[in-house]
Design a protein. Structure first.
Ligand code: ZN
Length: 385
């Protein structure tokens, strides 16, 4: 029978390995600070973990040592099992692939602009080719690949893992995970893009240490990933967080979901570009819009702030119901200051005052890489189960 002392050592060993998984290599002193355990306990548990092969000692912090003269400090790191995993982020207009080792260090990354919405099979062929290219760049073979995590910009039915809605016309009734599995011959786990963005920001980005948050992806589409009590909330059939399809104008533009006046018809990167372009002589891009926002350009600031207010109005209702501590704004437009300010202003205006006071609104740390990083994490989580 396991004694309570052994159970406690188990729990403490897990706090050390989770901290190393989240933070990378650390000194024993940092582990003492990070876990709140005593120096003697940390030293003894690290000894256990080294003898079982779970962790190794290293002087490599993964970044240059800035300590001036003298030897670099001895660190403790999770040992890396052989082989790798891949993350595949399929957006409306791009495919991004990352190949990583088994602890999530990205070894190679590929991005391509692809008209994903038009034809699912073509986009999946391209994604499979990019996985093979990224493996080659990382010095790995297909036989080294343990699993692939992937995301698609549409809700995935929780039971069938297929896309049921018309949001991606060329993907209707496709099961993306099975399709990519057929092309690569390794296990593939699929989820919605905003869900994986939320997981990435929670594990490695702006939401580290939070347990109740909403991740809002503002890109070619608009979606949200909801984390409650530290766990992703997918809902009964897997489609929780469809913030982009909150109706804001009953008689508005027809949305790709088939409804009218959805929030996404007002706030999406292509829509905002189309709104701004007539007032500018040069062709606008998302990068250009973000630069103009930083420069204080009046038109861009107005449009992004209005877009933020529209998102914040819908978020205020969600926040009244869920009482999150954090909203992380991600996607290609997530870094916009005016968008963030607009969201904050509308939440303050429309959410219940105590709900608004408990809430912080920040930009994501991982930018438009959040989804691919989340896809890598999903693959690692499924392999180690
Ligand atoms: Zn819609």
């Amino acid at each position: 029978m396991t004694s309570s002392l052994e159970r406690l050592r188990d729990t403490n060993r897990r706090s050390i390995t989770s901290l190393l998984a989240a933070e990378g290599p650390m000194s024993r002193a940092d582990l003492v600070r990070g876990t709140g355990l005593s120096r003697t306990t940390v030293s003894s548990l690290v000894g256990d973990l080294i003898s079982t092969g779970h962790v190794v000692e290293t002087t490599d912090r993964g970044r240059p040592h800035k300590g001036g003269s003298g030897r670099p400090p001895l660190l403790v790191a999770l040992s890396t099992p052989a082989g790798g995993v891949a993350g595949v982020d399929i957006g409306h207009g791009h495919v991004r692939v990352a190949v990583a080792d088994r602890v999530g260090t990205v070894l190679a990354e590929e991005t391509a602009e692809v008209d994903v919405d038009e034809d699912g099979a073509v986009a999946l062929d391209r994604a499979a080719r990019m996985v093979r290219q990224a493996l080659q760049a990382a010095g790995l073979e297909l036989s080294d690949l343990h699993a692939v995590g992937m995301c698609v910009p549409a809700p995935l039915d929780r039971r069938s893992a297929s896309i049921r809605t018309g949001i991606l016309p060329g993907w209707r009734e496709l099961t993306p995970g099975d399709e990519l599995h057929r092309r690569l011959g390794v296990p593939v786990f699929a989820d919605n893009d905003a869900n994986l963005g939320a997981l990435a920001e929670l594990g490695q980005g702006a939401a580290r240490g939070s347990s109740d948050l909403v991740y809002v992806k503002v890109a070619s589409g608009l979606g949200a990933g909801i984390v409650l009590g530290g766990r992703l909330h997918r809902g009964a059939s897997g489609i929780a967080g469809e913030l982009g399809h909150v109706q804001v104008d009953e008689d508005g533009q027809v949305c790709r979901c088939g409804n009218r006046g959805c929030l996404e018809t007002l706030v999406s990167a292509p829509r905002l570009l189309a709104l701004l372009q007539p007032a500018y002589d040069v062709p606008l891009s998302i990068e250009r819009i973000l630069a103009l926002d930083d420069d204080g350009d009046a038109g861009v600031r107005r449009v992004l702030s209005d877009a933020g207010r529209a998102v914040g109005r819908a978020l205020a209702d969600l926040c009244n119901n869920l009482n999150p501590e954090l909203v992380v704004v991600g996607g290609s437009l997530g870094a916009s200051t005016s968008l963030g300010e607009g969201i904050r202003a509308a939440v303050d205006r429309f959410a219940q005052p105590d709900t608004a006071a408990a809430l912080t609104v920040v930009s994501g740390d991982l930018g438009d890489r959040a989804e691919v990083v989340g896809a890598v994490s999903l693959a690692i989580a499924r392999v180690s189960v």
